[in-house]
Design a protein around this ligand. Structure first.
Ligand SMILES: [Zn+2]
Length: 295
């Protein structure tokens, strides 16, 4: 019998589809800006890249809290609020996430094998932050356990900075991971879980810092992690989806988020069908829900 289908959702903060110009660090190492991720030779996996609208019909620059809420719930959060909410979710968004996150909906449908692959540091548990990320709110509301640093050391979790460099700089005794280690760890979670979420935030920070040197070093590493993950997945069983909440790092000429579309990358099981139904960020969660609940 074929094992149950699974989905890996790989969230990258602040990755848009930019112009091919000097201020786009994705250009210059490869012919096509998104080629780092998608690959450009015949050995590359067949990844579909769907330009995806993060503006969602609301004026202003797309922001993290409302964008992430939309990705996690399929509800157009900027439209609900009337504006794009930056930083962390406010009370209105927390209520939406608590009630309608993909985690909550999957569990309600009998799919309990769900995991957030990111490890939290001890500080999160010792003095819980006043402001919580969209995913943290979703996990708490759905009653899902958080992964911790021992999980990371045991290769069952990853830090948002997947190499662990920043953790080691902060004095944590954790191993350095290569993009290959990270890919192996993330892909291995699909043997036990049907929905695996991973989140990466350095891209947005590098964009705000307008840090060309970091961008040129970091983006190929991130892309290697993505491609390594995909190379270890079973395309008959698993669908890989990468998306972002808004553009930023693709245009280092500005410190702000951009108005660009974001790339949704889709690979694996029911790839074409999934890609064809995604137009904006509100389409991501329903597509994933459908992949896991209907054959
Ligand atoms: Zn930002």
């Amino acid at each position: 019998m074929r094992p149950d289908s699974s989905v890996v959702l790989f969230f990258v903060d602040g990755l848009g589809i930019g112009e091919r110009c000097e201020s786009n660090p994705l250009v210059g190492l490869d012919a096509d800006p998104i080629a780092h991720f998608v690959g450009s030779d015949e050995r590359s996996p067949e990844i579909r890249m769907v330009p995806t609208d993060p503006r969602l019909g609301v004026e202003g620059r797309p922001q993290s809290a409302s964008g992430q809420t939309t990705i996690l719930t399929g509800i157009n959060a900027p439209k609900l609020l009337g504006y794009h909410k930056n930083g962390f979710p406010n009370q209105a968004l927390r209520e939406v996430i608590a009630k309608d996150s993909i985690f909550r909906r999957l569990i309600a449908s009998g799919i309990e094998e769900v995991v957030f692959a990111n490890a939290y540091t001890p500080a999160f548990f010792e003095s819980p932050p006043r402001w919580k990320s969209a995913t943290t709110v979703a996990m708490e509301a759905a009653g899902i356990a958080f992964r911790k640093l021992p999980d990371l050391v045991g290769r069952c979790a990853l830090f948002h900075d997947f190499t662990n460099r920043t953790l080691r700089e902060r004095g944590f005794d954790v191993p350095l991971f290569s993009p290959i280690d990270a890919g192996e760890i993330l892909a291995s979670l699909t043997s036990r879980y049907r929905f695996v979420l991973y989140e990466h935030f350095l891209t947005d920070k590098i964009g705000h810092d307008q840090d060309h040197a970091s961008a040129r070093q970091h983006l190929p590493e991130l892309a290697e992690f993505v491609r390594e993950t995909i190379s270890r997945l079973d395309s008959e069983r698993t669908t890989f989806v990468l998306t972002s909440d808004h553009g930023n790092i693709e245009d280092l000429s500005v410190r702000n988020h951009t108005l660009n579309d974001v790339p949704t990358l889709v690979w694996g099981r029911r790839c074409d069908e999934t890609a064809s139904r995604i137009n904006d960020l509100a389409d991501v969660a329903p597509a994933i829900f459908d992949l896991l609940t209907h054959d």
